[in-house]
Design a protein around this ligand. Structure first.
Ligand code: PEP
Ligand code: MG
Length: 897
């Protein structure tokens, strides 16, 4: 052991007190911090100690060597556990047994290693038999320990032991483990030990100290295993955080019929309903409930009845213990002021609490719980707003099954994670990933899932398991990822060769479509139609509170009346970006657009533009009407013109024919318009510089529509006209002069004026750097962070998809910069642009309309530099509203110190 030691490396808990507390998650990990907190609350926590995350970091920094003094601190803490329990580690007559578990800052379910029953050997097992009065239990515990320790610490594969046990049982015609006697387990243990010795060339370690350090090494080691690395990558958890190790006195849920182990949520994690929700298994140990190997029983009588089960609930089987447990739930919820996810064990009628943490929940549950806790007076409105992860709202926007659609129900499982999804059946995670990469929607069907499957779960549209409860791996992970999931569909018989499953005599083959409803647990054959969700109730209330605290406005990027309507339904306060080019593609006008582009001169272009004018005016009228006086920013034509022209031979022929032009003419124009780098080519305001008549037509359509709708509704429309891809003030001036001239003409013709503004997008680095000059002409800026990211990185928006994943994999970039703003680089340009814009025009209106306008982290950045609004796609509007409120509240809190 070497290296500079952190000051304190081990924190003890138990016996009604603890050295740590819940605020020390970074140091003790979530599990360690909450164990300490529960001990401090006087709850029955088996005593133990936590080795800090700093030790993990030091261990890796120092070539997997522990810091000086760790051994002594561990010895001292273990001594304290011995004192509290009255047992001794390694004492054959009264042995202390411990569990060794990981516990990182963020929960990483099932990712890292755990060892239970540590301290058992050929001598102490006899002591355990005597103490428990149950020889069979003692030897069963010992064989479990050998199996787990050998697998996790010594690297002897799990199946080695399963095969030994299966053969042993087969030879004696045993079907269930319950047929095994103490003598049987002793015989199996002897075979296990032989298998270990022959695999490793040395015997299974008998020295408890050696066992303990082996397990501690394994837990720290598991921080860097592939599963953990993948999980961290998917969940943005930095490797530097490290894990803590918790060593805790064992309690046994498998000491007979008065013992049990269970997990519980203090409220329903799927719906948020205020009702204890959980499962338990009698005479079971450790992870048995979560592993989904046996089907657990309900905690409460009510849930048992609802599920139509005959197996008694805990409330019925052990009423006194249940009462005690329910009181603990209440105490923990009141203390943490949030829904708790709890693990407990009952050892011969005595209750022990093994874990509590804020429970993971669906977005629906998060909303309900936040709103309910506020109504119960436990948290304030501000806190309720801060409690819901904006990104999780996406789950609420997931589709559900169309009630009128035909459906062919083939099975039912547990409603593990909401949303409806369909896809083609695959049976392995690798296959799910492979097909999803080809753009296919897949449904991952497994007997059960394990942490090795997470890449496939991530790739799948939905997940089905045949085994496991609501707290099984599949359920927990799917809820976290927002994937629809049906668990424990026990009627599915999945072929081992992964070719099909059968259910009630029906066959469903690999590649067949199925649909699941994760809110009801139903599984259907075929692809069932889905419908979009409607939001109300708790959602509306939380959004109302969010809106009270929000400083920035939220607009939507929309061009069709339908998008505009959806956006308003989600609470958009205007349109921040209407991309007019989308309006040019409609079947009734694309050929006029082409005629305009193919024209040989200005006169020809103007003739075609005259025919386009009524279409554009109609588009804008609909949009203004739909937005009912809310601000609408309309951007002039942006993309290179060749995007509107046909490309294939056949299409070129058809267009030439329709327009009465020679095929050769069309081809000549196409090759004239061809560009090597169209993204950096003849697009944006550069089109208006070359063909000002296009901008003029668009300006006329905007003004005429605004006047018409102002008259029709009595609500004056104040259009905002936005010039794209500006890099110099003079470019903007040229276009703005044309717009202003058109305005004067239209106002004179109509005998009526209106207020309008002309602004620009800031989407090129030069524009950001010279924003003070541009602001002399621009009345508003909208940061086009899609192009700004592209041009700042010199990274093509259209091509980056094929190689960016490598950048993420190698941690060169933490996130795709087209999804979440690169604050360090691109963000700096946005900040400079905002600041320089304000230097010239102090009240200049500032917004963002790149995809980042709907990304919570980017929204928080926008709040920090004081933008006036964010604009995003309609479905992200609620996310943006909540994220903007959270950013405001966080800024207020920081300002208050
Ligand atoms: C942008 O570049 O950020 C933007 C909003 O414009 P577009 O995506 O249309 O290029
Ligand atoms: Mg752009």
């Amino acid at each position: 052991m070497s290296g500079a030691a952190p000051e304190k490396m081990v924190y003890a808990f138990g016996g009604g007190k603890a050295e740590g507390r819940s605020g020390m998650k970074n140091l003790l990990g979530g599990k360690g911090a909450n164990l300490a907190e529960m001990a401090n609350l006087g709850l029955p926590v088996p005593p133990g100690f936590t080795i800090t995350t700093e030790v993990c970091t030091a261990y890796y920094a120092n070539d997997r060597q522990y810091p000086e003094g760790l051994k002594e601190e561990v010895e001292k803490a273990l001594g304290e556990v011995e004192r509290i329990t009255g047992k001794k580690f390694g004492d054959p007559s009264n042995p202390l047994l411990v569990s060794v578990r990981s516990g990182a800052r963020a929960s990483m379910p099932g990712m890292m290693d755990t060892v239970l029953n540590l301290g058992l050997n050929d001598d102490t097992v006899a002591g355990l038999a005597k103490l428990s009065g149950d020889e069979r239990f003692a030897y069963d515990s010992y064989r479990r320990f050998i199996q787990m320790y050998s697998d996790v610490v010594l690297g002897v594969a799990h199946h080695t032991f399963e095969e030994i046990l299966d053969t042993y049982k087969d030879d004696r015609d045993y079907v269930l483990d319950t047929s095994m006697t103490a003598e049987d387990w002793q015989a199996v243990i002897a075979e296990y030990k032989e298998a270990v010795e022959s695999a490793l060339g040395k015997p299974f370690p008998q020295d408890p100290q050696e066992q303990l350090w082996g397990a501690i090494d394994a837990v720290f080691g598991s921080w860097m295993n592939e599963r953990s690395k993948t999980y961290r990558r998917l969940n943005n958890i930095p490797a530097e955080w490290g894990t803590a190790v918790n060593v805790q006195a064992m309690v046994f849920g498998n000491m007979g019929e008065t013992s049990a182990t269970g997990v519980a949520f203090t409220r329903n994690p799927s719906t948020g309903e205020k009702r204890v929700y959980g499962e338990f298994l009698i005479n079971a140990q450790g992870e048995d409930v979560v592993a989904g190997i046996r089907t657990p029983q309900s905690l409460t009588k009510q849930s048992r009845e609802e599920q139509g089960s005959d197996e008694p609930s805990l409330e019925e089987a052990m009423p006194e213990t249940y009462k005690e447990l329910a009181a603990v739930f209440q105490k923990l919820e009141d203390h943490y002021r949030d829904m708790q996810d709890i693990e407990f064990t009952i050892e011969q009628g005595k209750l022990y609490m093994l874990q509590t943490r804020n429970g993971k929940r669906t977005a629906k549950a998060a909303l309900k719980i936040a709103v309910d806790l506020c109504a119960e007076g436990k948290i304030s409105e501000d806190e309720a707003v801060m409690r819901v992860d904006p990104a999780a709202l996406d789950q609420l926007l997931h589709p559900s099954l169309d009630p009128n659609a035909e459906r062919d129900l083939i099975a039912k499982g547990l409603p593990a994670s909401p949303g409806a999804a369909s896809g083609e059946v695959v049976f392995t995670a690798d296959e799910a990933e492979r097909l999803a990469q080809e753009g296919r929607r897949v449904m991952l069907v497994r007997v059960e899932t394990s942490p090795e499957d997470i890449h496939g779960m991530h790739a799948a549209a939905g997940i089905v398991t045949a085994r496991g409860g609501m707290t099984s791996h599949a359920a927990v992970v799917a809820r976290g990822m927002g994937r629809a999931c049906v668990c424990g569909a026990g009627d599915l018989k999945i072929e081992k060769d992964g070719s099909k499953f059968t259910v009630h005599g029906r066959e469903v083959k690999k590649g067949d479509q199925i649909t699941i409803d994760g809110s009801t647990g139903e599984i259907f054959f075929g692809a069932v139609a889905t419908i979009e969700p409607e939001l109300s109730g708790d959602f509306g209330k939380l959004m109302e509170w969010a809106d009270k605290h929000r400083r920035m406005r939220v607009r939507a990027n929309a061009e069709t009346p339908l998008d505009a309507k959806t956006a308003r339904g989600f609470g958009a306060e205007g349109i921040g970006l209407c991309r007019t080019e989308h309006m040019f593609f409609d079947a009734d006008r694309i050929n006029v657009v082409r005629e305009m582009i193919l024209a040989d001169n200005e006169q020809g272009r103007r003739a075609a533009l005259d025919r386009l004018l009524p279409f554009q005016r109609g588009d804008f009228e609909q949009l203004f009407r739909e937005m009912k006086g809310l601000p609408v920013t309309i951007r002039l034509l942006d993309p290179p013109l060749h995007e509107f022209l046909p490309h294939g031979e056949k299409e070129i022929g058809e267009v030439a024919n329709a327009l009465g032009r020679d095929v050769k003419d069309v081809k000549d124009r196409l090759s004239q318009l061809h560009e090597q780098n169209p993204m950096l080519g003849h697009r944006g305001c550069r089109l208006a510089v070359s063909y000002p008549e296009i901008a003029e037509m668009q300006a006329r359509a905007i003004f005429e529509a605004a006047i018409a709708i102002g008259k029709e509704t009595g609500d004056p429309v104040q259009p905002e006209i936005m010039v794209p891809l500006v890099s110099t003030k003079k470019e903007l001036d040229l276009v703005k002069d044309r717009i202003d001239a058109v305005a004067q003409k239209v106002f004179a013709e109509a005998g009526e004026k209106l207020v309008y503004t002309v602004g620009t997008m800031i989407e090129l680095p030069r524009a950001a750097l010279t924003a003070d000059k541009i602001a002399h002409s621009a009345e508003f800026f909208s940061f086009g962070t899609n192009d700004l990211t592209q041009t700042t990185f010199g990274l093509s928006r259209d091509d980056a998809g094929s190689f960016l994943p490598n950048y993420l994999r190698h941690n060169i970039l933490d996130q795709d910069p087209f999804v979440s703003l690169d604050q360090e680089g691109v963000g700096q340009l946005v900040a400079i642009g905002a600041q320089k814009g304000r230097e010239t025009r102090s009240l200049i209106k500032l917004g963002i309309c790149g995809e980042h306008g709907g990304d919570p982290a980017s929204i928080s950045f926008c709040e920090g530099i004081g933008l006036d609004y964010v604009s995003c796609s309609p479905y992200r509007v609620p996310i943006a509203r909540l994220a903007a409120a959270q950013a405001s509240l966080a800024a207020k809190k920081r300002a208050e110190g």
